[in-house]
Design a protein around this ligand. Structure first.
Ligand code: NCD
Length: 360
């Protein structure tokens, strides 16, 4: 299915040259903000935030305001007709008809792609459940480029909730497209990186190792990317209790790290980085959040100027076959075409990337 608009659902839908162009433009915006002050004059950005957000939502909003545009939207679906039972399709269709670009965050995996299917303007994925978060990754790429001066040859530690943390999924998929990056995945065995992300890293020629020890990994790292344990994505509070507080970065542990290692975090922090670490010059997570505003300015501009059409679905529906992932949007919005790619016995859901193994 080809949409008449450009959408950003997954960074890997675009070539690396496109990401690099966005970063270069963001660097120019940082240097010459006045040149861009009116570039979105008369344009409206809609923001549909079905899930809590501070940085992503407000950096998108300030990005549009700094480009001279205006904003509409909700940050609590319970104050919209969603509370009356309106489905994603209808809300998207209406608000995209009012807007020039639509930013959507949703707790269900694949929701941004589902929204883009019927949207009447470009859609930007601002986080779909525990799946992907491409604009956080653009933020991370700009931070790495500005602070490490390279996007290649880095040893990157990702630590915390690698199962449910959408930021690390998008980050590893993207960074594996640059040469010679090595990932050290630090998590408990319950919260390991999903296999579809590891498959993508391998397919791009990236390398990785998995460990449970932050202390062992620290001396090897050029970048440490900390994440919080995603309490809201656990099946029960008891399961969360067994996982929380496993990894806490302290000033003591920072002594094990290289003098030029940088610490990033998409934020919000719960307690996985002790507040005292903030004073370490290697702690760059607050600076990182500011880079996010500039890269989103660059993205909004690009989406509004692009004439591209986006192919959203490549595969096929199969009689009687549906995605087995209860968190997939196709199991919440029943009208969606249940589209799969791949072989007859191994199908991959095009919304959530879950693989189905079918027995004959
Ligand atoms: C992250 C998110 O929402 O996925 N935050 C963000 O967008 N900066 C990380 C998180 O919630 O842990």
């Amino acid at each position: 299915m080809i949409s008449a608009y450009p959408h950003l659902i997954d960074l890997n839908d675009y070539p690396v040259t496109w990401w690099n162009g966005l970063l270069t433009q963001a660097e120019d915006i940082i240097k010459n903000p006045a040149l861009y002050a009116d570039s979105c004059k008369g344009k409206i950005m809609g923001t549909l935030f079905y899930e809590p957000s501070t940085r992503t939502q407000m950096s998108f909003q300030t990005a549009m305001l700094r480009l001279g545009g205006t904003i509409i939207g909700f940050d609590n679906p319970q104050t919209s007709s969603v509370a009356k039972g309106e489905n994603l399709k209808d809300t998207t269709k209406i608000i995209s008809g009012y807007s020039d670009v639509l930013v959507i965050r949703h707790p269900t995996v694949g929701a941004a792609k589902a929204a883009a299917l019927t949207a009447e303007c470009p859609v930007i994925n601002a986080g779909d459940g525990g799946h992907l978060h491409p604009t956080q990754t653009l933020t991370d790429l700009l931070t790495l480029k500005a602070e490490k001066k390279t996007l290649s040859g880095l040893t990157i530690g990702v630590c915390g909730d690698l199962l449910n943390g959408r930021t690390v999924h998008s980050l590893c998929k993207a960074m594996s497209c640059y040469a010679d990056n090595h990932f050290i995945m630090i998590s408990t065995k319950e919260l390991k990186m999903p296999s579809y992300i590891k498959d993508t890293i391998r397919a791009h020629g990236g390398t990785f190792e998995e460990t449970q020890s932050l202390e062992e990994a620290l001396p090897k790292l050029d970048v440490l990317y900390m994440t919080r344990i995603q309490r809201e994505r656990f099946a029960s509070p008891e399961e969360y209790e067994t996982q929380k507080d496993t990894y806490i970065l302290t000033t003591q542990k920072m002594k094990l790290a290289k003098p030029d290692m940088i610490v990033l975090h998409p934020l919000p922090r719960v307690d996985e980085i002790a507040v005292a670490v903030d004073d370490d010059p290697r702690a760059l997570y607050f600076k990182q959040a500011r880079y996010g505003m500039y890269v989103r300015m660059s993205l909004i501009l690009t989406m509004l100027q692009s004439p591209a059409k986006t192919q959203l679905l490549y595969g096929h529906t199969h009689n009687g076959i549906f995605c087995k992932n209860p968190k997939c949007i196709t199991n919440h919005e029943s009208y969606l075409p249940k589209s799969f790619i791949g072989e007859e016995t191994t199908l991959t859901c095009e919304y959530c990337d879950e693989r189905l193994l079918l027995e004959h």
